[in-house]
Design a protein around this ligand. Structure first.
Ligand SMILES: C[S@@+](CC[C@H](N)C(=O)[O-])C[C@H]1O[C@@H](n2cnc3c(N)ncnc32)[C@H](O)[C@@H]1O
Length: 297
């Protein structure tokens, strides 16, 4: 999208993020999952920390939490809610500006890896994370499973919307996100399945406020591609679940929560510590992932 920058999404969504995305994932399960991996004294780095929706409650249960975000407005929201300053924030890019490690856990929740809009930047992110993990440290990636039969973009861009509409390799759709007597929020998006990219705008029209635009842009990757990036960075997949409650991941899963580990010295990566959860069954393979999807950014 012409003019779109890495902080465009965050700056545009900061004021509504916690309201619009309050129910997108199970907050308690997410926090418990990450805190258990880190341990009470462990260190956690969250990529794209946003408003601190996750980082603030994680900080109550882990030793140290650092959050990186390119959006000043997101970090201002975080500062407002984190009154005790439990999360250390870094204003910067999740590839180029990561703080020095080592970290016990790095978290990229809720499709945040897809905010990097090229395969090269996503690979670079895996490389930078791997370089900052402690031996045995974990990289937790949560993302939607692309459904190319439905355009692949994970739905209409932000709210767990219907995802239905276009089945063409390139296409566009307009849906209604919410409506009241004096306001309507429309979602307009375009996708290119071959390029694995989608972008869009939430268009808020109200009597009182006129028109407000909230742009987004993603490059999606299926679980197998993410696994390949991790392998290239020297990480091994140790778990894959359908959610943070550790529900089994299978071909019908709309989302995945994957844990990649930095092998400790002497670990045999080939036989590895991997596969607590269906990874051995090859469920990360794109050809085996689910075929219908109505999910969100
Ligand atoms: C989908 S939101 C997730 C926010 C938070 N992790 C959560 O789950 O509530 C993605 C976040 O990543 C940030 N972001 C996008 N591109 C980024 C980049 N290149 N570097 C750092 N942060 C980025 C956005 O500003 C936004 O806060």
């Amino acid at each position: 999208m012409r003019g779109f920058r890495s902080d465009s999404y965050g700056d545009a969504f900061a004021d509504v993020y916690d309201e619009w995305y309050a129910d997108v994932t199970d907050l308690d399960a997410t926090v418990a999952f990450v805190a258990a991996l880190a341990g009470p004294d462990g260190s956690v780095l969250e990529l794209g920390v946003g408003t601190g929706r996750l980082a603030v409650p994680i900080a109550a249960r882990a030793g140290r939490v650092v959050g990186v975000d390119t959006s000043r407005r997101m970090l201002e929201e975080l500062a407002r809610s984190d009154v005790d300053r439990t999360v250390t924030t870094v204003h910067g890019d999740m590839v180029d500006d990561l703080p020095d490690g080592p970290f016990d856990v790095v978290l990229a929740a809720y499709n945040t890896v897809f905010n990097l809009t090229s395969a090269e930047r996503q690979q670079a992110c895996f490389d930078q994370v791997a370089a900052r993990l402690a031996p045995g440290g974990r990289f937790v990636v949560e993302a939607f499973v692309p459904d190319t039969a439905d355009g692949g973009d994970g739905g209409d861009g932000g709210d767990g919307g219907d995802g239905g509409g276009s089945t063409s390799p390139r296409g566009s759709r307009v849906t209604v996100r919410s409506m009241s007597v004096d306001a309507v929020v429309l979602s307009a998006s375009v996708h290119d399945t071959a390029a694995q990219v989608a972008e869009g705008q939430f268009i808020e029209i109200s009597e009182a406020g006129g028109v407000r635009l909230r742009p987004w842009s993603i490059r999606w990757a299926d679980p197998a591609e993410l696994d390949a990036m991790a392998t290239k960075s020297g990480l091994v997949r140790s778990e894959r679940w359908a959610d943070y409650d550790r529900s089994p991941f299978d071909a019908s899963s709309a989302r995945h929560v994957t844990v990649y580990s930095l092998p400790t010295r002497g670990t045999d990566v080939a036989s590895g510590t991997v596969d607590a959860s269906g990874a051995a069954a090859g469920l990360g393979n794109a050809a085996q992932v689910r075929t219908s999807l109505g999910q969100s950014l």
